[in-house]
Write a protein that binds this ligand. Structure first.
Ligand code: ZN
Ligand code: ZN
Length: 458
């Protein structure tokens, strides 16, 4: 009899091992034991691999996500499809013809145009930074291959990316408007490996899409040295990208339903699509994995007051189509706060919240529960990220759990964005931070209100 009793106790679920939604206890359990975020990251990068938006592999990743989220026990798991222009990379190569013949490692930028099949031969005209390109007369650029370099250094908050990424997003359009034959940029990255960093570029309406590619940082330095010899430098460039019309992408949505529908939704997640060079481990398999693992812990501890909606956004990399589609479909619903994880998987070091009331006690409670993880409050503005910005713009509070960016731009958008770069210990710290934050956000008696339009953070 005793044995049977013991056995029946053993069969009881482990939860609630901690008092329901005790943020500190949930935080500590996640910090010590979480393996779900790793399992999702490992599964997605192994069983699907790269997930370029609107391709068959991104479609497979949505099916993978639905199966996994259902198996984890989330409610209302579904795909919300939308269409978008599909871009395919094809092949790209660059060769120095003179004065020192040799090949250079490049990757086409998203939405780059193509060269004719035989490629193009043209002289290089070099610029140090976007301002120098902007100041140059069209006569100095027409018919040439523009090359733009820069001096990006790793920073914890990733600030150098914000400052220099217009060299990728804006310079190609500018070069095209001045009649350039093509453009090469130094990769927007901080590594010293022969792996170019891709990323999206944009050509203004009515501007021809010229071939646009990134040199690896070390190939950019090689080109700098060749140019420094003072002789004309001629390149041969072949880029074979294709735009193949509209195709389907979609957001994958799952929920932990709250007990009080009037209390507002907490929107969290990351993006499911990735660039096609690596397997999108840190950008952004870990983002969907961290937020999902945290939401699962809240769900297993008992029903929260507010609904937590997890979105694995489609098509972030190529233009934020998933975030736009979500806001179009759901922008009229009451979201109390939006937050996403899209900056790798190194440790969270800073909390930022945009909300209306100064001294909101919920923000104090968030700060307190995150402090033991080494996270301190930032008084700068929270940004939210590309996927949640369109929803934030409808008037919601925004929260950032900022990750350490010192390593991020060594890997970002390269063939090196693979599972082995994820540190399981730091990944667990992320899950602990999100779990603690969700436990507060989902149950707090006060509300985070939207900031006034001019707010720069709580
Ligand atoms: Zn991302
Ligand atoms: Zn990215």
């Amino acid at each position: 009899m005793l044995r049977r009793l013991l056995l029946s106790f053993a069969a009881l679920p482990l939860f609630p091992a901690v008092a329901a939604h005790d943020p500190a206890a949930l935080r500590d359990a996640a910090a010590q034991t979480d393996t779900l975020a790793w399992s999702i990251t490992e599964g997605l990068t192994t069983e699907v691999g790269q997930r370029l938006a609107a391709t068959e592999s991104e479609a497979r990743s949505r099916e993978w996500a639905v199966a996994r989220l259902k198996a984890l026990g989330f409610a209302n798991v579904r795909i919300e499809p939308f269409t978008m222009p599909r871009w395919d990379r094809g092949a790209a190569s660059a060769t120095v013809l003179s004065p020192f013949p040799q090949t250079l490692a490049i990757a086409a930028l998203g939405y780059s145009g193509s060269t004719p099949k035989a490629g193009i031969d043209a002289d290089v005209v070099a610029f140090d930074g976007l301002a120098a390109l902007k100041a140059a007369p069209a006569a100095a650029i027409a018919g040439k291959i523009v090359y733009v370099t820069h001096h990006m250094a790793a920073q914890q908050d990733g600030g150098s990316y914000g400052a220099l990424s217009p060299i990728r997003t804006v310079a190609p359009g500018m070069a095209a408007q001045k009649g350039a034959a093509a453009i090469l940029i130094r990769s927007i990255g901080t590594d010293h490996h022969r792996v170019p960093h891709t990323g999206v570029t944009r050509f203004p309406e009515g501007t021809r899409s010229i071939p646009a590619a990134a040199l690896s940082t070390v190939d950019a330095e090689q080109l700098d040295r060749i140019l420094a010899r003072g002789k004309p430098v001629k390149l041969h460039l072949e880029v074979a990208t294709r735009l193949t019309g509209r195709a389907q992408s979609g957001n994958v949505v799952a929920e932990v339903p709250g007990s009080d529908p009037k209390a507002g939704i907490i929107l969290i997640g990351g993006h499911l699509d990735s660039w096609d060079l690596g397997t999108g481990a840190i950008d952004d398999a870990t983002g969907v994995a961290i937020t999902t693992a945290a939401a699962k812990r809240i769900m297993d501890a008992g029903q929260p007051r507010r609904t937590i909606r997890i979105v694995w956004f489609g098509a972030e990399e190529v233009g934020g189509f998933g975030g736009d589609a979500y806001a179009k479909a759901h922008g009229a619903e009451k979201h109390m706060v939006v937050a996403e994880s899209d900056f790798g998987a190194d440790r969270v070091w800073s909390l930022a919240v945009n909300t209306g009331a100064q001294g909101n006690p919920m923000v104090e409670r968030l700060s307190e529960v995150l402090a033991p993880l080494g996270i301190t409050r930032s008084h700068g503005a929270a940004h939210g990220g590309t996927d949640v910005e369109p929803t934030a713009a409808t008037g919601t509070a925004v929260m950032d759990l900022r990750q350490d960016g010192l390593r991020y731009f060594d890997l970002h958008h390269t063939a090196d964005d693979t599972l082995d770069k994820v540190d399981p210990a730091q990944l667990r710290q992320n899950v602990a931070a999100w779990t603690a934050a969700l436990a507060v956000l989902a149950n707090d008696p006060v509300e985070l209100t939207p900031p006034p339009a001019t707010a720069t953070g709580e």
